[in-house]
Design a protein around this ligand. Structure first.
Ligand SMILES: [Cu+2]
Length: 350
């Protein structure tokens, strides 16, 4: 088994335990392919992981308006981790798909285009929509075709959208999910920074870290045994081994939107070295939030919202606290807090 990616992942995950050196003696617990994988394929895009800092600005308008939004469904070969290729399905070539952000009472005129080179039909079901299939029934588009729907964002909250063709579990696993944020009329409390992430499972015919081209595995999906549990569609994307941590400044209040596409697994969402200071279960922004939540379930087909404080420098590790997904399957991202030490709050050498 070629395991360059998995080895580096295990080494990095070893840092979860700050008191001991990473151990690399554990046996792989994931399945290995008996006949070997095809070689890795040329990629269509350099990167499938959405930039967590790329989301629309907060609502700054106070009366209803209409938004013209265009989204394109694509099928793209990209890397899950270095040396591991996979055919993704996406909204706008990224996982999660672009965040849509409106105000309660706004109207959205959404045009979904299926790229001409796609092999199969796609559509979009937005959980912010009152209407058949959340829009899916009327956005079913063949390759090269477009469809437009218009809906009023009647209720606030942050909601998942996803492809909902009959093979929807496969399409979501391959990357077809994102978030639509409907801000309450009075907006959201001000914060210093916002970040947007998505978790999903990828089921393939290979083992995590096995070099080559991974084909989709329906048996693995049916038994809910993923090869990867990905953050923004990739393994360990926001770590030193990937694109690097997301950096924030010490003292910033940071709001996180966390979409769980699934299709099947609930995330036990946790920030190592921090706490969800404010937490909106299920992205229910009209409800009173919880406070100081250590670990929270984010069910498939929902978007959690949390606010964190960053009083000390150092890494905050975003994980699913079902930790085998972290150590062996890719579900880890780092927010690096930069600034001067705060020994009164945390002193590593008292
Ligand atoms: Cu689809």
């Amino acid at each position: 088994m070629a395991a360059m990616g998995a080895t580096s992942a295990v080494a990095l995950a070893g840092c979860l335990n700050s008191e001991s050196e990473p151990k690399q003696t554990s046996e792989p617990t994931t399945k290995t392919s008996d006949e070997g994988l095809d070689p890795a394929k040329p990629t269509d895009v350099d990167r499938i992981a959405a930039d967590p800092t790329d989301l629309p600005d907060p609502v700054d308008w106070s009366s209803p308006r209409t938004h013209e939004i265009e989204v394109t469904t694509t099928e793209r070969i990209a890397e899950i981790e270095p040396g591991v290729t996979f055919k993704y399905m996406t909204f706008d070539d990224q996982v999660p798909g672009p965040m849509i952000r409106v105000r309660r009472g706004d109207t959205v005129r959404l045009t979904l285009t299926n790229a001409a080179e796609s092999a199969v039909v796609h559509n979009i079901d937005l959980h912010a929509v009152y209407g058949p299939g959340g829009g899916a029934d009327d956005t079913m588009v063949d390759p090269g075709q477009s469809a437009t729907i218009e809906f009023k964002a009647m209720y606030p909250g942050v909601h998942v959208y996803h492809c909902a063709v009959p093979d929807m579990d496969m399409h979501i696993s391959a990357g077809m999910f994102g978030a639509i944020l409907v801000e309450p009329e009075d907006g959201l409390p001000e914060v210093d920074r916002e970040l947007y992430f998505g978790q999903n499972e990828i089921y393939t015919n290979g083992a995590a870290g096995e070099d080559g081209h991974h084909e989709f595995d329906y048996d693995g999906m049916t038994s809910e045994e993923p090869t990867y549990v990905a953050l923004n569609g990739e393994a360990y994307a926001f770590t030193e081994g990937g694109y690097g941590p997301i950096t924030v400044d010490k003292g910033e209040r940071v709001r996180l939107f966390y979409a769980n596409g699934g299709p099947n697994l609930t995330s036990s969402w946790h920030a190592i070295g921090n706490v969800w200071e404010t937490y909106y279960p299920n992205g229910a922004l009209a409800s009173d939030p919880d406070h100081y939540v250590e670990t929270a379930p984010v069910v498939p087909g929902s978007v959690a919202t949390a606010v964190i404080d960053t009083p000390v420098p150092g890494p905050i590790k975003l994980v699913d606290h079902a930790l085998s997904r972290v150590v062996r399957k890719g579900m880890l991202g780092v927010i690096q807090v930069e600034g001067e030490a705060e020994p009164e709050i945390f002193n590593p050498e008292p």
